[in-house]
Ligand binder design. Structure first.
Ligand code: GLY
Length: 464
């Protein structure tokens, strides 16, 4: 946890922004894996962590935005829990660390909640993504589960996003710690990418690195020689020379700040000409975004810049043709990069995505496009100092998508289907860094992770 001043100040600011009603913050519970006593690893709700910092299950909190009063609800562990889990911090200690003056037994929550309902005081809460929280809200409010799920407060969502999207120095240091652990995962992945290995050996090893540093992975490891499958969680291919391997993986620190990095390497450690050509285009796009990102620029513009560089590069290889500007405007490049350039990061790898992607990445100045490819862009709005975003362009040869577009002759003015077809055995390349928007530019977070062709070949000489 950070010091209690951090949480006190965050809640003070939230009260100033909300100024009426109450905020209800349910924490997360343990979710059974196959039976009650065998749960998935516990992950606290990120908004609860942001405002209270307490990383244990079975808590809830109320902030009265009018009076400023705060109540934490939770029970002390009893002797039976202690026999199995050892001595745990008491609720007195948790409340003190979080700076909350009053804590009550969970059994008091319905009465307290009802007292606000009876006085017709507005109860604000964030979107619920766990059924447990939806059921709890339904029981407390007397509304159906569906109504409870639909009843999130837009005012609270907007206030939380406005606060949490600007990272302070403590948070940036924590994200950099996550990126540095993530760096070790990637260097290990590179050095293990040798012919004959099974992907799962590498995926399992790098997940172990995240755990060895005290946290977990920030999302399930994506690692595949079928890199054209954007989020491939199957790790059962045997690595073969001539293939490239995408690793998109990140660690969470034990305070739950995320890293999210992607590197793509040639199996065996030496790029062939075709791999170098495609790789260099993606690298140019990734670097151009780093060179150009700065406050007051729409991140959508950076997405379009990356798309233009990819289109230019593919034109040089004879895979695309025609006017780059027209191709990008029409969305023709999306055959090769059907995803967005990036998303915000913080306590969630897709920061605050549970509050609604459009609240986080869009605002009244920019609406989500419906065009294939651009529609997947998670972060489009104006950049501000303190934003932490991923920069993750890619080129993929997706046989199923290619065949569909070829059959439909889609964007034929911009795509050389005969040339592109020669790459259908290629897979994909993605390169991703985590960047912080500074006062007048941006900087890549964490220690440098091998990225150029020369750096990757040099790193992979050291085989694990
Ligand atoms: N890097 C994985 C994701 O953005 O979903």
């Amino acid at each position: 946890m950070f010091s209690k001043d951090v949480y006190l100040n965050r809640r003070k600011k939230l009260k100033e922004m909300m100024n009426s009603g109450i905020g209800f913050f349910p924490g997360n519970v343990e979710i059974p894996f196959n039976y009650r006593a065998n749960p998935y690893y516990f992950r606290q709700d990120s908004s609860f962590l942001y405002y209270f910092g307490i990383d244990r299950p079975d808590l809830a909190a109320i902030i009265d935005f009018e009076t400023g009063n705060e109540i934490l609800f939770g029970n002390d562990f009893d002797i039976e829990d202690i026999i199995w889990m050892g001595v745990q911090p008491s609720m007195d200690e948790w409340a003190e660390k979080s700076g909350v003056a009053l804590h009550l037994h969970l059994a008091e929550l319905p009465n307290v909640f009802r007292s606000f309902l009876n006085r017709s005081i507005d109860i604000h809460y964030l979107p619920v993504y766990h059924n447990h929280s939806a059921i709890l809200l339904s029981e407390l409010s007397g509304k159906s589960i569906a109504e409870s799920k639909n009843g999130a407060s837009e005012k609270l969502i907007r206030a939380v996003v406005a606060m949490a999207e600007i990272k302070d120095d403590l948070e940036i240091a924590e994200i950099e710690r996550a990126v540095d652990i993530t760096r070790l995962m990637h260097i290990t992945s590179m050095r293990m990418a040798q012919p004959g290995r099974i992907e799962q050996e590498i995926a399992g090893t790098i997940e172990g690195i995240a755990k060895a540093y005290g946290g977990h992975v920030s999302f399930p490891v994506i690692l595949s020689t079928n890199g054209h499958i954007l989020h491939n969680h199957h790790h059962n291919n045997i690595l073969q020379s001539g293939r490239m391997m995408v690793t998109d993986a990140g660690a969470e620190t034990n305070m739950h700040y995320a890293g999210d990095i992607t590197r793509t390497v040639p199996v065996g450690g030496k790029f062939n000409a075709r791999q170098r050509d495609i790789y260099q285009i993606v690298l140019d796009a990734n670097m151009a975004v780093i060179q150009n990102s700065r406050p007051n620029l729409m991140y959508k513009e950076m997405h379009l810049l990356a798309a233009s560089i990819i289109t230019d590069g593919l034109k040089n290889l004879g895979i695309m043709k025609g006017s780059t500007q027209d191709a990008v405007a029409a969305g023709a490049h999306a055959l090769f990069m059907p995803h967005g350039l990036g998303h915000q990061m913080g306590l969630d790898v897709h920061d605050m995505e549970g509050l609604g992607e459009n609240f986080v990445g869009y605002d009244e100045t920019v609406y989500r496009s419906e065009q294939f490819g651009l529609a997947y862009l998670r972060m489009a709005k104006k950049l501000k100092p303190g934003h932490v975003i991923t920069d993750e362009p890619g080129i993929y040869f997706i046989p199923e998508l290619f065949k569909l577009w070829k059959k439909e002759n889609k964007h034929a003015a911009f795509i050389n289907f005969d040339e592109a077809e020669k790459f259908l055995d290629f897979g994909g390349v993605r390169i991703e860094d985590d960047i912080l928007i500074t006062e007048n530019a941006c900087r890549v977070l964490g220690k440098a992770i091998p990225k150029t062709v020369a750096e990757i070949e040099e790193t992979m000489r050291d085989i694990l």
